[in-house]
Write a protein that binds this ligand. Structure first.
Ligand code: FES
Length: 148
């Protein structure tokens, strides 16, 4: 809640500029480096904690380094009712990490997220920006093998 109120105090223009900068840093570095937060805060005339708050609030931004491929599995009710728990377990077994972790080789990170807008093909997950739906444990290995 505190993060949301910090975010609300930004003007629309500054929020737009900040999100654009954070998204570009995320794409370039696979996370938002601390030095980038400091520089961005100076450039936009914002407190560092406010920039950090925005960078750590959104699911598609991370202040921690992420793997080359980020797997985001939906854990909301429609996916849950279609056995997303089994999908989560299959991914964990396949890549050997739990949600919030990155494989030692930096290939994959795993996150549990809210609805990704693919409820019609639940259970669903994203790998980077690719939506994969109607998942079964058998398909997990096949899908993840396509990401080098
Ligand atoms: S609830 Fe899972 S994609 Fe919408």
């Amino acid at each position: 809640m505190e993060r949301a109120s910090q975010d609300i105090s930004l003007s629309d223009k500054k929020r737009e500029d900040l999100l654009m900068l954070l998204k570009s840093a995320q794409a370039e570095y696979r996370h938002i480096p601390r030095a980038f937060i400091v520089d961005t805060a100076k450039a936009l005339g914002l407190p560092e904690n406010q920039v950090f708050g925005v960078a750590s609030f959104y699911a598609f931004l991370s202040v921690e380094p992420l793997g080359k491929h980020v797997i985001r599995i939906c854990q909301n009710l429609p996916c849950y009712l279609k056995n997303s728990r089994m999908i989560i377990d299959s991914v964990k077994k396949k890549i050997g990490i739990i949600p919030g972790e990155t494989t030692p080789d930096g290939r994959f990170s795993l996150e549990l997220v809210s609805c990704i807008g693919a409820c019609d093909v639940a259970p669903a997950m994203l790998v980077n920006h690719d939506v994969h739906g109607n998942l079964t444990p058998q398909r997990i290995s096949e899908i993840l093998n396509t990401y080098d």
